[in-house]
Design a binder for this molecule. Structure first.
Ligand code: FAD
Length: 470
């Protein structure tokens, strides 16, 4: 691997940002090397993030449905049991198949893959401590930093990945905890809380802020929280964790109101710390080459993803913007397009966000609160899945579609969907937003019947005119 022969592009990190950038660069005919320390490609997302969490969300959903919903459809079992080891094995198989798939894509596209920890020795040279034990220097005209992010710890709460776990530990518990406390009501906490809640844990979510998932539209958020509460999830909002005691059998968590006041103690078998993620640049040698970072350690880049050091770029979770896999991928493609002398484009205002609970919540564009803040006159169109024939046919009618459009022009400003498959439904809204469509544009597109997508069309009709079915 590598050695003295120069690369056009070197990518540090093989997550969704890095591996996509590497493949794209190679597709442009650039000589490309990707350096990854993990021993597997796919980064946080594939190994300990998006993919294993979705595997467990699906498996736990199947169990929950078998227990609580199948009988309504006339499908009866004498008993339903969880085989946690088998559930974890299916998750692990999905992950290893996909990581090997990326290795295959590297071979197919002739991306050189170096397994090891890379650090800058100059703006065009990376010294790699290889996983096999040696050291090699990889040179490149353009070096892309795609080192991603890591779990953010809380002061005084030490993660041991047994009783106090990060999302990584929560994806690999060997027993179903009787009581699980989740610190942080972001999407990762709610997804992992859902997994274990469905499998039988009593789940309490502790959040410092007054609301769950701060990026969500307020009206949708309220309905979403109610739905999670109906499923048994408990919320302690505006609550601060002040101490943790793991000396006994379980964990004792001392909490108090965010505003201060009396302490109370919550008890759990496992505590999940999901209070955000932090850019990962440890040991990278950024200071050595003078790459600028901001207050929280994110690498600063311009619109071409170039850092202040010529020839050094950064993409994905390690730079500002939504910390999402698809955003990292878009960054990667656009960055390489610029390097190849073409034009790239990523609009962070149009990156969809999805919470993969049940129901899912998906959104793109502005929330109603943001639209109000902009001071634009706007209309709101809503359509509930209760009035959607497909949703009723399959007895899965929780949720709604909400569209916000500018009053004067009818241009769509934001779309918010709560539905079992919201993460799939959101993309026609993403396209509409990208093409500056009006709600009437969506309403005039023929949507197949009976589909849940018809609710998007009806919500669009409700925005500029009237819906038919409600
Ligand atoms: P990463 O995926 O973090 O990859 C960076 C890679 O760089 C790592 O593999 C690391 O080992 C490597 N690296 C770091 N430093 C070095 C070095 N010096 N030398 C060599 N290699 C190095 N996002 C979504 O969009 N959808 C989801 O459903 C979703 N679910 C998630 C669930 C969980 C539990 C978590 C934790 C995250 C989830 N995310 C999700 C977020 C998503 O994983 C990240 O946004 C995404 O992985 C960022 O990609 P990246 O390429 O920037 O960084």
């Amino acid at each position: 691997a590598s050695g003295s022969d120069d690369n056009d592009v070197v990518v540090l990190g093989g997550g969704p940002g890095g591996y996509v950038a590497a493949i794209k660069a190679a597709q442009f005919g650039l000589k490309t090397t990707c350096i990854e320390k993990r021993g597997a490609l796919g980064g946080t997302c594939l190994n300990v993030g998006c993919i294993p969490s979705k595997a467990l969300l699906h498996s736990s959903h199947m169990y929950h449905e078998a227990k609580h919903a199948f009988a309504n459809h006339g499908v009866k079992f004498s008993s339903v049991e969880v085989d946690l080891a088998a559930m974890m094995a299916q998750k692990d198989k999905a992950v290893s198949n996909l990581t090997r798939g990326i290795e295959g894509l590297f071979k197919k596209n002739k991306v050189n893959y170096v397994k090891g920890y890379g650090k800058f020795v100059s703006p065009s040279e990376v010294s790699v401590d290889t996983n096999e034990g040696g050291n090699t220097v990889v040179k490149g005209k353009h070096i892309i930093i795609a080192t991603g992010s890591d779990v953010k710890s809380l002061p005084g709460v030490t993660i041991d990945e047994k009783k106090i776990v990060s999302s990584t530990g929560a994806l690999a518990l060997t027993e179903i905890p009787k009581r699980l406390i989740v610190i942080g009501a972001g999407y990762i906490g709610l997804e992992m809380g859902s997994v274990w809640g469905r499998l039988g844990s009593e789940v309490t979510v502790v959040e410092f802020a007054p609301d769950i998932v701060p990026t969500m539209d307020g009206e949708i958020r309220k309905q979403f929280q109610r739905s999670l509460e109906k499923q048994g999830m408990k919320f302690k909002l505006k609550t601060k964790v002040v101490g943790v005691d793991t000396s006994g059998d379980g964990v004792k968590l001392s909490v108090e109101s965010a505003a201060g006041g009396d302490q109370t103690t919550l008890e759990a078998d496992v505590v999940l710390v999901s209070a955000g993620r932090t850019p990962f640049t440890a040991g990278l040698g950024l200071e050595k080459i003078g790459v600028e970072t901001d207050r929280v350690g994110r690498i600063l880049v311009n619109e071409r993803f170039s850092t202040n050091v010529s020839g050094v770029y950064a993409i994905g979770d390690v730079i500002p913007g939504p910390m999402l896999a698809h955003k990292a991928e878009e960054d990667g493609v656009a960055c390489v397009e610029y390097i190849a002398g073409k034009v790239g484009h990523v609009d962070y205002d149009k990156v969809p966000g999805v919470v993969y609970t049940n129901p899912e919540v998906a959104y793109v564009g502005k929330t109603e609160e943001q639209v109000k803040e902009l001071g634009v006159d706007y209309r709101v169109g809503k359509f509930p899945f209760m009035a959607n024939s497909r949703a009723k046919a399959i007895d899965n009618a929780e949720g709604l579609v909400k569209i916000l459009a500018e009053k004067e022009t009818d241009k769509i400003l934001g779309v918010h969907i709560m539905a079992s498959n919201a993460g799939e439904l959101i993309h026609e809204a993403a396209i509409a937003l990208q093409y500056d469509a009006s709600s009437e544009d969506i309403a005039r597109v023929c949507h197949a019947h009976p589909t849940m997508s018809e609710a998007v069309k009806e919500a669009a009709m409700a925005t500029f005119d009237k819906p038919i079915h409600i």
